[in-house]
Ligand binder design. Structure first.
Ligand code: SF4
Ligand code: SF4
Length: 425
């Protein structure tokens, strides 16, 4: 029996064997490749070369499962020098139905279960356990960013997340202003870290605790909708929570919405009008967790039959594959294009081919050189596009880009889309 979304490494033996080292997880598609400068999709390979790419990690996982390998000095780096950005998964699934990201996630879990993970990750895990946020700040200060439009009771819950609650409070204030225009909201009582950093680092037991606390709090509100403005929180609530509960996103008792999915139709319907003007050419960065990683999760159970075919094979009972093409891509572009004076530019690697900002997978904590490399590559694309500003929808992307611009001659302002919306209202 195969259960989709399993976190057990042995459940991906088929994928790890069938990987044919075609390298579509490493390069952009050759027919699509925009030029000969921005050719890679995997930041880990582009930084370290050798086998530090999905296929190398799959073959390592296979050797571990088949007891051909137990431990090597470089194994930990081999597994964790990866941004968990999902670009390899979208690349592989252009041709094959193999669950590459699920395999990498299970490999991390396997390493964590054996106590083989970067020491730097332990600090984040301890912070979340003790303070319920990744920074180790007091939990009582979580809503100290100053909500103005929050109500005691509402059908809409705003889940602010650790980044906007503690690090970049302007994003929470901007979201508060936007939601105030859209009928109001309530905060999640006792909100805790969604658990995303723990999931990305492979600590699934700790993640489950965060999930249970937040789901319990959400259930107690009776609200019908949960809104986030953070790409990581969005993916966690929409994909990872149902996945761990062995249910599909559509069967959650509430809807999970990114703020851009609320604002885009409100702009199109005239409910939100932009009065401010912004004469800028803005490049839009598709966050991994808002785009390719955030397709609705569809739970599936079945079998692998002759020649590896999945059964049931047809109709509604067939397994649905997340190919990265149905994430949130158009809503932010539509919003930016509606702000008077804004011209929206595409970076060379966009939509499901987007290049990771580097702020993911525990890299900034354990492998800062990988995080710094990935952001510097993205900034080369920004320069190439001739952008006068860079926009994303995740506090961690914004932080990465701002840090990345510090030591560069070529600087452009970095925005979160909530700030631009709030400013233009
Ligand atoms: S694209 Fe898929 S099959 Fe090809 S090398 Fe990468 S993981 Fe293996
Ligand atoms: S998750 Fe990202 S960094 Fe890791 S192997 Fe895949 S493409 Fe490379």
């Amino acid at each position: 029996m195969i259960v989709s979304g399993s976190l057990e490494l042995k459940d991906y033996m088929y994928e790890m064997r069938r990987c044919m080292r075609c390298a579509s997880c490493k390069w952009l598609d050759h027919i699509y490749m925009p030029d000969n400068r921005f050719v890679y999709r995997c930041p880990s390979y582009a930084k370290y070369y050798y086998s530090k790419v999905a296929y190398g990690r799959l073959k390592l996982g296979l050797a571990l499962c088949e007891n051909r390998l137990s431990d090597t000095p470089g194994m930990k780096d081999m597994v964790f020098q990866c941004l968990m950005c999902g670009a390899c998964d979208s690349g592989c699934k252009r041709n094959l139905d193999l669950e590459i990201m699920n395999s990498l996630e299970a490999l991390r879990g396997y390493m964590v279960a054996g106590g083989r993970y970067p020491e730097a990750h332990q600090r984040v895990i301890d912070h979340v356990a003790k303070s319920h946020n990744k920074f180790g700040a007091p939990h009582k200060d979580r809503a100290a960013w100053g909500p103005v439009n929050a109500q005691a009771k509402s059908d809409t819950v705003y889940f602010a997340g650790c980044g906007a609650s503690y690090q970049d409070k302007g994003l929470a204030k901007a979201t508060d202003k936007i939601l105030g225009k859209l009928g109001g909201y309530m905060l999640l009582p006792g909100e805790q870290c969604c658990g995303h950093p723990l999931f990305a680092m492979g600590h699934y037991d700790a993640f489950r605790k965060q999930m249970e606390a937040n789901l319990e709090a959400m259930k107690a509100t009776g609200a019908k909708r949960l809104v986030t403005a953070c790409a990581e929180c969005y993916k966690t609530w929409k994909v990872d929570y149902p996945r761990l509960m062995k249910m599909s996103t559509k069967d959650l008792p509430f809807e999970v919405v990114h703020i851009t999915e609320l604002v885009a139709p409100a702009v199109a319907g005239g409910q939100i009008k932009f009065n401010g003007r912004l004469d800028l050419k803005l490049a839009w960065h598709d966050p991994c967790n808002l785009g390719r990683m955030s397709e609705p999760y569809v739970h599936w159970e079945g079998d692998r039959g002759q020649w590896g075919c999945l059964e049931p094979a047809q109709g509604f009972a067939a397994k649905q594959f997340n190919r990265g093409t149905s994430g949130v891509y158009e809503a932010p572009r539509q919003i930016l294009a509606a702000i008077p004076g804004v011209e929206v530019l595409e970076l060379k690697r966009h939509h499901e081919f987007s290049w990771c900002c580097g702020g993911h997978g525990g890299a900034p904590e354990a492998y800062p050189e990988l995080a710094a490399y990935s952001v510097s590559e993205r900034l080369e694309e920004v320069k190439d596009a001739g952008a006068e500003g860079l926009v994303s929808a995740c506090p961690y992307c914004k932080q990465q880009f701002q840090d990345g611009f510090k030591d560069r001659d070529h600087k452009v302002p970095v925005f979160d889309i909530t700030e631009l919306i709030a400013q233009a209202l």
